[in-house]
Design a protein around this ligand. Structure first.
Ligand code: NAD
Length: 361
């Protein structure tokens, strides 16, 4: 198959980790007889430097014309000033909006070889869940204002607003995933307090009643979910939640795997075009030192193969390659434990990427 992939390297460690993801994709193309054409576009701080805006029109056009988008990460102290719309992160929100990417999918999986990196004492329990986060509505997009009220107090508000269409479409994404995995869906909200959560709960139940009676559904309040993720993470299979809750819970859950450097994500819309990126940021503190973990970016490429390019076997191949390299005892600095120093080898970003690509034979 011929596929066009737009690569947005971004800032900080973005170029280093995306290079390793592209390397893995090139090995997949060679092994399975595909042709991947990589086009490179700017977004974030590097785009601000080059074009004066974080998301140039050229980048949006190139993404729209491709089959999938691979993103490193954007941002860094160099651009941490100026108005919100001229910061690197505005590029992220902009591209999600421009491509209509309303569903963020984050698998959280603890590789058996990394059990020692899990901060929980009893890491023997299986951690393998997917968090489905609504991405284009809620408090991050609702009406907001900062002003001085009539009594002279400086005041600010943000509005968490959802309509039934937005809830229905994200619920469907989550039910479809839960159906494939077969272990049920947990919908997380704050329905004891928030109107938007009461609507969320009502619509999720309605979607199930209409089309997904075969999928077991339960509700959980977000404060309880935050606690249960630490107390008993093995109980979760697929979680669906709104934007703000999803942002917080997915970062909490990511720490169960030991490092941000292990976790990929997909942002999907209704067209099939998706954006794939590691969940971590641009890590400016280690940029250019060849110490970043490229695994999250490489696993994001695997998600791209599975969700946008319909290449399930190819995706499995990359995930198996990662598992093998970890089982052979190779670790980047972020996932090495003191107790493993004598039995494991610490490698840099480039070597980790090469080892994983070499396992794709
Ligand atoms: P970060 O995720 O970049 O880094 C947090 C910590 O994790 C740092 O110590 C970093 O060195 C480490 N880390 C991150 N990824 C790693 C990897 N692959 N391998 C090894 N270690 C890794 O978060 P931050 O420091 O809060 O943010 C840095 C910049 O990234 C900011 O400008 C922020 O706005 C931006 N950011 C971008 C995205 C994105 O592009 N999607 C997401 C989050 C943060």
């Amino acid at each position: 198959m011929n596929k066009a992939i737009t690569v947005i390297k971004g800032d900080g460690i973005g170029p280093e980790i995306t290079a390793q993801a592209v390397r893995a994709l090139e090995k997949i193309a060679a092994k399975f007889g595909h042709e991947f054409t990589f086009g490179y576009a700017l977004m974030g701080g590097c785009a601000l430097d080059e074009y004066g805006v974080p998301l140039p029109e050229e980048t949006i056009d190139m993404c729209r014309e491709s089959d999938a988008v691979l993103l490193g990460a954007v941002g860094g102290p160099k651009w941490d000033y100026g108005p919100g719309h001229l910061r690197p992160e505005a590029g992220l929100l902009g591209i999600r909006g421009a491509l209509g990417l309303f569903a963020n999918i984050r698998p959280v999986k603890l590789f058996p070889a990394l059990k020692k990196s899990c901060p929980l004492k009893d890491a023997a329990q299986k951690i393998d869940m997917i968090i489905v986060r609504e991405l284009t509505s809620g408090a991050y997009f609702g009406d907001r204002r900062t002003y001085t009220d009539e009594e002279g107090y400086k005041t600010a508000y943000d509005t968490m607003k959802y309509n039934d269409y937005e809830i229905r479409r994200i619920a469907r994404v989550a039910f479809d995933l839960a159906r494939k995995r077969g272990k049920g869906l947990i919908s997380v909200d704050k329905a004891n307090v928030l109107d938007s959560s009461r609507l969320w709960r009502e619509i999720v139940k309605d979607v199930r009643a209409m089309d997904y009676l075969d999928v077991e559904l339960s509700d959980m309040l977000v404060d309880n979910a935050a606690m249960q993720l630490i107390r008993n993470p093995a109980q979760f299979d697929v979680i669906v939640t709104e934007n703000l809750f999803g942002d917080i819970l997915s970062d909490e859950a990511s720490m169960l795997t030991g490092s941000l450097g292990m976790l990929p994500s997909a942002s999907l819309g209704s067209s099939g075009l998706g954006l794939y990126e590691p969940i971590h940021g641009s890590a400016p503190d280690i940029a250019g030192t060849d110490t970043a973990n490229p695994t999250a970016a490489i696993l994001s490429a695997a998600m791209m193969l599975r969700f946008s390019l319909e290449m399930e076997r190819e995706a499995d191949e990359i995930e198996t390659a990662v598992t093998r390299v970890l089982n052979r005892g190779y670790r980047t600095a972020d996932i090495i434990c003191k107790s493993e120093l004598s039995s494991c080898e610490v490698v840099g970003c480039e070597k980790m990427g090469r080892l994983i690509a070499d396992e794709i034979k």
